[in-house]
Structure formats: structure tokens, C-alpha cells
Design a protein around this ligand. Structure first.
Ligand SMILES: Nc1ncnc2c1ncn2[C@@H]1O[C@H](COP(=O)(O)OP(=O)(O)OP(=O)(O)O)[C@@H](O)[C@H]1O
Length: 316
């Protein structure tokens, strides 16, 4: 079953094509991370999915409802945390959540929802004095009203401190456990890596990559690094390693031999070669590329190659 589907969805603002022929498919029960640099078209896509912005061309449906004609039904069964969330300064946190409960015809307990998002101390306080993170928590409580089938969260962790971001992650996982689908945009790669089943990466209004994080790393031929700590580097070893298959770089960094590989299954062969050359291995560490590097590769370079941006090398 599909939760979100778009077909060549396009939105232009004058000369700017914010979203350009987007084909998305998010399955029910999935946690889908919608990524991309500033201005890539994420919020515009979300606004079209919810009927806040009409599409210029293309089509889409959310939970089986057409985004052009049935946005009310979509919003009724979706919990939304919008990018710019306006609050009523003179209303308390409880009033905000009560308002969302009434709008949805739900029967939640507003205090329980506010406790769940960590705002138990501020239930009766007016939102005018809330910090950005507190407002974000109220918005999340409102999004959770009515146990929605789908949560659409635009930058859910913005303004949250590290504890808040962790709690947000926990709540998202609890929602998925009860069967919800979660579609969220984020710039926090750690968070995305921790909870997403799949990610889609937008650039210039187009989806430039979409898959599981592991599969994306493989598709990109992403480089992994093997750090072999040795007692001493035998003469000629570095040159020998450089000639081995799948090795793209070899250098020495202190007592480590750093081998950059574009096929992580070749690690055992490297370790064997180091041992056969007579070096005593004290430690072996392997570093896989991070989502951060993957994101940078897909959104900044034309050839999609990963940059080698880690330790400073001292060439032997
Ligand atoms: N109402 C609007 N009028 C004119 N241009 C707009 C409007 N909304 C968005 N845009 C433009 O569309 C493009 C995509 O913007 P959008 O807000 O969707 O990006 P985003 O990926 O959500 O960025 P961010 O990560 O900064 O939130 C940008 O060039 C933006 O300036």
C-alpha cells in the first residue's frame, strides 16, 4: 500500500521551478527522509501534498486522496508539523492542542500529548513566551492529535536542543511502531541515518537519488577507509598496497596505514598483505562513508564522487 505518490509533480513560481517533475512513492509504514539543500524544493513539495500550494503540473495522491481535490480529507488523516509554525501568543499550550483536537474531531487528552512531547511544565503557560524549541514541541503535540495514519514533518528538529532532538526521534519511532507512516524533511543527517528506511535527496527541484542509505552508498561507489595500526611500516609496503585492486589511496598517518578503498569487500586482502609484509598489526579500524558525505557528494559535485575529506595524511 502506498501512502504518498506523485507523478511528474511540478510547481513554478514565476521563473523559478521549485519542484520539477517529481515522482515519489512512499509506502505505508515507512520512515522516509526527504533531504536536500536550502531551496531544493522540499517545503514546496510538502505544501503541494497538503493542498496548501497548488501544483503547476503533474498529480499526486496522499492516503488515496487526490492532492488537488481532496486536501481536506488528506489533512484530516495526516499530522502535520509545518516549517513556519505560527502560534497564538495569548493562548496556552493546552489551548493550542485543544484547538487541534476539535479541528480533527479527535478525543485525545491535551495534557497527555503535551507531557509526551516534554512540555508538562508549560501546559498552562501562554505561547507568547515560548522558546523556538518549546513552540516546536507544541507543534509536534498538535501533529500527533488523532493518531494520524501519516505524519508529515518539515524540519521537526529545528530549534530543539540535543535532548529534544533525541525525544523527537523516539516519538517518531513510537509512531511508526503503532503503524504510522512518517515523511519528514531534515538537515540533520545523524537523525536521518538513525531512523529512516529510505531517503530521497532533492536538488534543484528534482529527486537526484532515492533508496536506502546503504544502497545509496553502494550506488555511489562510496569509498571506505581502513586504518591499520602497525608497529612499523615495512619498506615498500605502501607502494605494494597502492597497486592492489580497488585501492584508490594509501598513506601513512602516524602509526596508521590508511587505505582508501572503493570496494569494502577488499579489506581482508589488504590486512593479509600488511601481515605478509611482516608488520605487526596492533589495531584495525574501518570507517564507512557517512550520510553527510553522501549528501555532499550528491548535492554539490556533478559527478557524484565522494570527496576524501578526512585525516591529514603524511605520505611515506
Ligand atoms: N511562495 C514562493 N514564491 C516564490 N518563490 C518561492 C516560493 N516558495 C518557494 N519558492 C522558491 O522555490 C524554491 C524551493 O523552495 P523550498 O522552500 O521548497 O525549498 P526547501 O528545500 O524547503 O528549502 P529549505 O531547506 O531552505 O527549507 C526556492 O528557490 C524558493 O525561493
Amino acid at each position: 500500500m502506498v501512502a504518498i505518490q506523485t507523478d511528474s509533480l511540478t510547481r513554478r513560481f514565476g521563473d523559478v521551478t521549485a519542484v520539477d517533475g517529481l515522482d515519489l512513492e512512499v509506502k505505508r509504514g515507512e520512515v522516509y527522509g526527504f533531504l536536500g539543500p536550502n531551496g531544493a524544493g522540499k517545503s514546496t513539495t510538502i505544501n503541494m501534498l497538503l493542498g496548501f500550494t497548488p501544483a503547476t503540473a503533474g498529480a499526486g495522491n496522499v492516503l488515496g486522496h487526490d492532492i488537488g481535490r481532496e486536501s481536506l480529507a488528506i489533512r484530516q488523516s495526516t499530522g502535520v508539523l509545518p516549517e513556519d509554525f505560527g502560534m497564538y501568543d495569548r493562548l496556552t499550550a493546552r489551548k493550542h492542542v485543544q484547538f487541534a483536537i476539535e479541528t480533527k474531531g479527535a478525543s485525545d487528552d491535551p495534557d497527555a500529548l503535551l507531557r509526551r512531547v516534554g512540555l508538562e511544565e508549560a501546559i498552562d503557560r501562554k505561547a507568547g513566551g515560548f522558546s523556538t524549541g518549546m513552540k516546536q514541541r507544541v507543534a509536534l503535540a498538535m501533529a500527533l492529535v488523532g493518531d494520524p495514519e501519516l505524519l508529515i514533518l518539515d524540519e521537526p528538529s529545528s530549534g530543539l536542543d540535543p535532548n529534544g532532538a533525541r525525544e523527537m526521534r523516539q516519538i517518531i519511532l513510537e509512531e511508526v511502531d503503532r503503524g504510522a507512516t512518517v515523511f519528514f524533511s531534515s538537515h540533520i543527517m545523524e537523525q536521518v541515518e538513525a531512523i529512516c528506511d529510505r531517503v530521497g535527496i532533492m536538488r534543484g527541484g528534482r529527486l537526484v537519488a532515492e533508496d536506502t542509505i546503504d544502497a545509496l552508498k553502494e550506488q555511489l561507489d562510496a569509498e571506505s577507509r581502513l586504518l591499520v595500526t602497525v608497529d612499523a611500516v615495512p619498506d615498500g609496503l605502501l607502494s605494494e598496497l597502492r597497486t592492489m585492486a580497488s585501492v584508490s589511496d594509501v598513506h601513512r598517518s602516524g602509526s596508521d596505514i590508511v587505505v582508501v578503498l572503493n570496494d569494502s569487500s577488499r579489506k581482508a586482502a589488504i590486512i593479509n598483505a600488511v601481515e605478509e609484509a611482516g608488520a605487526e598489526i596492533a589495531d584495525i579500524t574501518s570507517e564507512e562513508p557517512s550520510l553527510e558525505e553522501l549528501f555532499a557528494a550528491l548535492t554539490t559535485s556533478d559527478d557524484g564522487r565522494l570527496e576524501d575529506a578526512n585525516s591529514e595524511a603524511i605520505d611515506a
